[in-house]
Design a protein around this ligand. Structure first.
Ligand SMILES: [Zn+2]
Ligand SMILES: [Zn+2]
Length: 375
């Protein structure tokens, strides 16, 4: 698995461009002797199927394959050979762990039913799971429940964390454009400059979480970019404010959008300019099924030390494409430690910790055997 992981790490591919990675995965699954291997599912996705016994239940295990447009700053021997792209989220490790589980379950069985190995493209965009679902994933490769893992920097290797209910947030993106009349920096009263409106808007947005949502709801509203057509001695007539909002319930996401429109329109009126707002929903919240989470914890108990299992970790305001599968079947998403000294996810020095591979593989094998027990 370590050799596979290093090979994948050296050849990272961006979302929906994972042609080498998916060919690598399909080749391995053929070598392991899976019963069925489907390539090109939702673009570059791969689904492997393994059947044993006569059971008619199926469970899915999922890994993601895509890398990020980040230039690797770390210097491992297997450093990215694809300049400007790197496995900064550890999807190389997730893919290697699931391949390991496929090899072990193909060789040793120990279950009765069907296991689907889902290797999804484009997780980072929040588009790959939908692409597979739209390509008939549930109809062509039906399954009753699904499990997935992500590595977690800052958590010791050999530790397992999950929670029932909401565990990762929705991600919404917004763009608000103010239009007025630019002009000479010395004569603001002759135009309708917009930077002051944009600046006020950024400050007013801070009242969404602090004053307009219930304190019991978790949400984040972040402005990440402010662009204008001004220059040092000319006032802008156009300003764009971009940002990102996170929440765990559709009602909260709807409230953020509604309040943002009120603030955008009110601010534009105050500063005598026009405003246009677009608000899009990129990721849905990831809500773990209670029964599937109990099952995941029971499987984890056979792999991890009791004191290394956290059954009620805090929800995170990061987002995960795995959530899309949970619109169709119950399932559970969990984290495994990537080491206390690991650089954060999406950091140019990040590297998946090879010592964690075996834990992920053992978990995948354990959940398959527990959920599809032999008579
Ligand atoms: Zn990521
Ligand atoms: Zn990731």
């Amino acid at each position: 698995m370590t050799a596979w992981r290093h090979d994948l790490h050296a050849h990272p591919e961006f979302g929906f461009e994972e042609s080498r990675t998916s060919a690598f995965v399909a080749q391995k699954l053929r070598e392991f002797g899976l019963d069925e291997i489907a390539e090109g599912v939702g673009g570059t996705g791969v689904v492997g199927t393994l059947r044993r016994g006569s059971g008619n239940r199926a469970i899915a295990l999922r890994a993601d394959m895509d890398a990020l447009r980040i230039t690797e700053q770390g210097t491992p021997a297997y450093r990215s050979l694809n300049s400007g792209v790197m496995h900064a989220c550890g999807h190389d490790g997730h893919t290697a762990m699931l391949l390991g589980a496929a090899k072990l379950l193909a060789a040793e069985g120990g279950f009765d039913g069907t296991v689907r190995f889902i290797f999804q493209p484009a997780e980072e965009w929040g588009k790959g799971a939908l692409a597979m679902l739209e390509d008939g994933l549930m109809r062509r490769f039906p399954f009753d429940e699904i499990y997935g893992l992500h590595n977690m920097p800052g958590v010791p290797v050999g530790q397992f964390e999950t929670r029932p209910g909401p565990i990762m947030s929705a991600e919404d993106n917004f763009e608000v454009a103010f239009r007025g009349v630019g002009g000479h920096a010395s004569r603001p009263h002759e135009g309708r400059e917009v930077l002051i409106a944009a600046a006020a808007f950024v400050v007013n947005l801070q009242t969404i979480v602090s004053r307009r949502l219930s304190p019991a709801d978790i949400a984040v509203v972040s402005v990440t970019e402010l662009l204008t057509d001004g220059t040092r001695n000319a006032l802008p007539g156009f300003a764009r404010v971009l940002g990102d909002a996170r929440s765990f319930r559709p009602e909260v996401s709807a409230a953020i959008e509604r309040e943002m429109r009120v603030i955008a329109e009110g601010t534009a009126r105050t500063y005598n300019c026009d405003v246009e707002m677009t608000y899009t929903r990129e990721f849905v919240p990831l809500v773990n099924d209670a029964e599937a989470t109990r099952a995941a914890l029971a499987a984890a108990a056979t792999v991890f030390e009791p004191e290394a299992i956290k059954a009620e970790r805090e929800p995170m305001t990061a987002s995960e494409d795995f959530a899309r599968f949970l619109d169709h079947v119950p399932g559970c998403f969990a984290f495994i430690g990537n080491g206390e000294n690991s650089p954060p996810l999406h950091n140019p020095e990040f590297d998946f910790n090879d010592a964690a591979l075996v834990h992920g593989t053992r978990f995948h094998v354990a959940i398959a055997r527990q959920r599809l027990p032999q008579a």
